[in-house]
Design a protein. Structure first.
Length: 112
């Protein structure tokens, strides 16, 4: 059984905060079924990554990086476009000195 988006987001933020990171809902979407984007930041290092949930060819739900850029402005532009296409989307920003995303589900490695 899949969790509703609001519960999943709350659990992600709790995991991040318990590990000493700062996490915030930057955009609140549909509580039950809104898609979620996770923006992981390490502001001191100037690094940013974006994660989105996807379904692999075998049907497994995984997280992937939909954007090759690690530039925060590029990531913000991608998020803006995604929000125009899907107004129910959630965006969670996590600022962590180690750049962790705190996603507990499988995460596909970034393609080079």
């Amino acid at each position: 059984m899949l969790l509703s988006s609001d519960l999943w987001v709350a659990a992600l933020i709790r995991r991040a905060e318990q590990a000493g990171a700062f996490a915030v809902v930057a955009r609140k979407g549909d509580a039950r079924a809104g898609a979620v984007l996770v923006k992981a930041l390490d502001r001191r290092a100037g690094a940013a990554r974006l994660y989105a949930e996807a379904t692999r060819g075998d049907g497994e739900r995984v997280w992937m990086q939909p954007l090759g850029s690690q530039n925060e402005a590029d990531i913000d532009a991608y998020i803006g476009r995604a929000a125009r296409v899907d107004p129910d989307i959630w965006v969670v920003e996590i600022d962590d000195t180690q750049g962790r995303h705190f996603i507990a589900e499988p995460v596909e490695p970034a393609s080079s």
